[in-house]
Design a protein around this ligand. Structure first.
Ligand code: 5GP
Length: 189
């Protein structure tokens, strides 16, 4: 996706430890026009599937997920990182956070993830695939079906795609970063 590639090269910042900061247009301040284009691209890639629900994890996945759900005219549900006491029929799993280097619990209500759901998972980044693995566990526990996973940015050198594809998951990324060393950003053409 050319628009996204250009924006990452222009405004993204490469940090120690293979982290890309995109705080000025995705992770803190958000660009809704770019986010709409991201939604359009996810729709183009997944429109031929039988998806009937879009799923993500709070917080950074919500913007691209809601754009995609809006364009597909489908409901959007997000897994929560803290379990509210009022949540009903909770399903939970543990995810290891790469950026924060700690484990956290993600929770979703079985009221909103059911055996009738054919799920498209959308998130901001694919790194090692730990968040995606947690989502697969929630989907498995709920009896729903996973149709595919779409990421705004994939870091190819952290092997999340390999792990997911080995489990038969369809993975689509809108920008693929091949290298972040020496403060440079190498994006695949
Ligand atoms: P994974 O679970 O695939 O290892 O990491 C994915 C999650 O970690 C994403 O949801 C994202 O929030 C965060 N993450 C991983 N790598 C990066 C990165 O380079 N930059 C930012 N901003 N977040 C990242």
């Amino acid at each position: 996706m050319e628009l996204l590639r250009k924006r990452i090269l222009q405004d993204g910042r490469s940090f120690e430890g293979g982290i890309l900061k995109v705080d000025s247009f995705i992770n803190h301040q958000m660009d809704p026009v770019l986010m709409k284009s991201i939604g359009v691209e996810f729709v183009r890639r997944f429109a031929s599937t039988d998806v009937n629900k879009v799923m993500t994890i709070e917080a950074s996945g919500i913007a691209p997920a809601i754009m995609t759900g809006y364009l597909l005219d489908l409901p959007v549900v997000f897994a929560k990182k803290k379990s509210p006491r009022t949540i009903r029929n909770a399903i939970s799993t543990t995810v290891h956070s790469f950026t924060k280097d700690r484990d956290y619990e993600v929770v979703i209500s079985a009221d909103f993830l059911t055996p009738q759901d054919r799920v498209l998972f959308i998130d901001d980044f694919l790194a090692y695939g730990n968040a995606a693995l947690g989502v697969m566990d929630l989907i498995r526990q709920s009896g729903a079906k996973l149709v595919g996973m779409g990421f705004i940015i994939e870091k190819s050198f952290q092997d999340g795609r390999k792990m997911l594809e080995e489990q038969g998951v369809r993975v689509e990324s809108l920008a693929i970063i091949d290298n972040l060393s020496d403060g440079r950003i190498a994006i695949r053409e």
